[in-house]
Ligand binder design. Structure first.
Ligand code: MG
Length: 370
C-alpha cells in the first residue's frame, strides 16, 4: 500500500486589501478586507491554499481571532493525512465552534490538495462538470439617487441581475428600489438583502410595498435567530424569502427547510466552514425541493474560485452571488476563475486552480507551524 500523505507545514498570512470605496450593509460598514490566506504543505511537496474573509457581525471572526485560531487549527491537523477531509474537518469543527470563515480557509486548502493529488479540477473532484454561470453585482446601502446611478452603471456593463442592500426603514428602502427600478427599467432582475435589518412588522410592510417592482427574492428579512418570524414573513408576501445569516450548517438547513421558513438557502463557504458542510446543506435543500444560492464575503478571486467550483458541480445551486472581488483595490491572485462581466469561467488546472502572488505574500505577516 502507498505511504499515507502527511501535512508537514502550515503557513498563515495576514492579508489586508483596501476596498475601492466603503461598502455599507444594515449591520455595519466595511472599508477594507482584513483577510487571511492559509497554505497547507504535504510531505511530498504539494500544497493547498485557502482564504478567509472575516465578517465579525455574522460569523464572529475578526482578522485577529482568525490569526490566533489558525495556529491552534494548524497544530490540530499537523502530521495527519490531508486527503482524509472528513476527519480533518470533523476535528476542526469539534475544536472550534462559530469562526466559520477561519474554518473554511482550512477546508478550501484541503480540497485544493485533494484536487492536486488526484490531478483533477475541484469541480471534478466534487463529482461535477464545468458549467457556465453568472453572478449578480451588489449595491451597498446609500441614498436612493446614488444607488440608482450605480444600478444604471451595472446594467450598462452587462450584469444580468443586480443585488440591492436594504434594511434601514420602510420609507427609505421602498424609495431605493423605486429609484433603481425607474432607472434600469423592467427587464433586469433585482435581488434584495435586508441583512436582518427589519423586525416582523417592517419586513411585512416593506415587502408588500416592493411586490410591484419585480423582486426576485429577499435575503434575511429578520434577525438570524428569528426563524418563526421569517416563516410568518414568508407567508405574508409573494416575494420569495432566502435565508442567509440564519443558515450556517446542515443543522440550520434542516430546521429552516422543515419549518418552512424560506424558499431558498444562501450557502457561503465562509458561513458553512467550507465545502465539507456546504455539500450537506445543499443536499438537505435539494431533499426539501429547495434551490440554493452560493454567496460570498469580501474574498479575493481565490475564495470566490473555490465557491465557483462548488456552484459548477451542483446544479441545485441556482444563483451565484460571487462579486466580492469587484470591491477590492487589488487582485493578488494568479490563475483561478475569470469573470467576463458577470459570467464566471473556471480553470481546468488541478485543485481550485488559484494561488496567491508570491510578491503579495512577501509583504504579509506570516505565522509558520511545522
Ligand atoms: Mg445576504
Amino acid at each position: 500500500m502507498k505511504k499515507e500523505l502527511k501535512i508537514s507545514k502550515i503557513e498563515v498570512f495576514k492579508a489586508d486589501i483596501e476596498l475601492i470605496e466603503p461598502f455599507r450593509i444594515s449591520l455595519m460598514e466595511f472599508t477594507d478586507a482584513e483577510n487571511m490566506f492559509v497554505k497547507i504543505y504535504t510531505d511530498e511537496g504539494t500544497y493547498g491554499v485557502g482564504e478567509a474573509s472575516p465578517t465579525s457581525c455574522i460569523t464572529g471572526d475578526t482578522q485577529a481571532t482568525m490569526l490566533g485560531g489558525a495556529s491552534d487549527l494548524a497544530k490540530l491537523i499537523l502530521n495527519k493525512n490531508p486527503l482524509d477531509i472528513e476527519n480533518r474537518m470533523r476535528e476542526i469543527n469539534k475544536y472550534l465552534v462559530h469562526n466559520s470563515a477561519l474554518r473554511s480557509a482550512f477546508d478550501m486548502a484541503l480540497y485544493d490538495i485533494l484536487g492536486k493529488v488526484a490531478g483533477l479540477p475541484l469541480f471534478a473532484v466534487l463529482g461535477g462538470h464545468k458549467r457556465l454561470f453568472w453572478t449578480d453585482n451588489t449595491i451597498g446601502i446609500d441614498d436612493s439617487e446614488r444607488m440608482a446611478q450605480k444600478a444604471m452603471e451595472y446594467k450598462k456593463r452587462g450584469f444580468e441581475a443586480i443585488k440591492v442592500k436594504l434594511g434601514t426603514t420602510e420609507e427609505e428602502d421602498v424609495a431605493r428600489i423605486e429609484a433603481i427600478r425607474n432607472a434600469v427599467g423592467d427587464a433586469i432582475p433585482l435581488r434584495t438583502d435586508a441583512n436582518q435589518g427589519w423586525d416582523y412588522t417592517t419586513a411585512v410592510a416593506t415587502l408588500k410595498a416592493l411586490e410591484k417592482f419585480r423582486i426576485e427574492y429577499c435575503e434575511q428579512p429578520v434577525a438570524h435567530w428569528d426563524y418563526e418570524n421569517m416563516r410568518r414573513v414568508r407567508q405574508s408576501t409573494s416575494i420569495p424569502i432566502m435565508a442567509d445569516e440564519s443558515v450556517f450548517d446542515e443543522h440550520d438547513a434542516f430546521k429552516l427547510t422543515s419549518m418552512g421558513c424560506c424558499d431558498y438557502l444562501n450557502i457561503k463557504l465562509a458561513k458553512s466552514g467550507g465545502i465539507h458542510s456546504a455539500i450537506k446543506i445543499n443536499a438537505i435543500a435539494e431533499g426539501a425541493g429547495m434551490a440554493c444560492m452560493l454567496g460570498c464575503m469580501m474574498e479575493t478571486r481565490l475564495g470566490l474560485t473555490a465557491g465557483a467550483h462548488f456552484v459548477s458541480a451542483r446544479p441545485n445551486i441556482r444563483y451565484a452571488d460571487l462579486d466580492g472581488h469587484f470591491m477590492l483595490k487589488e487582485d493578488p491572485i494568479i490563475g483561478g476563475a475569470q469573470w467576463k462581466v458577470g459570467e464566471i469561467h473556471l480553470p481546468d488546472t488541478p485543485g481550485h486552480g488559484a494561488d496567491v502572488d508570491l510578491d503579495f505574500l512577501k509583504k504579509c505577516e506570516v505565522i509558520t507551524i511545522e
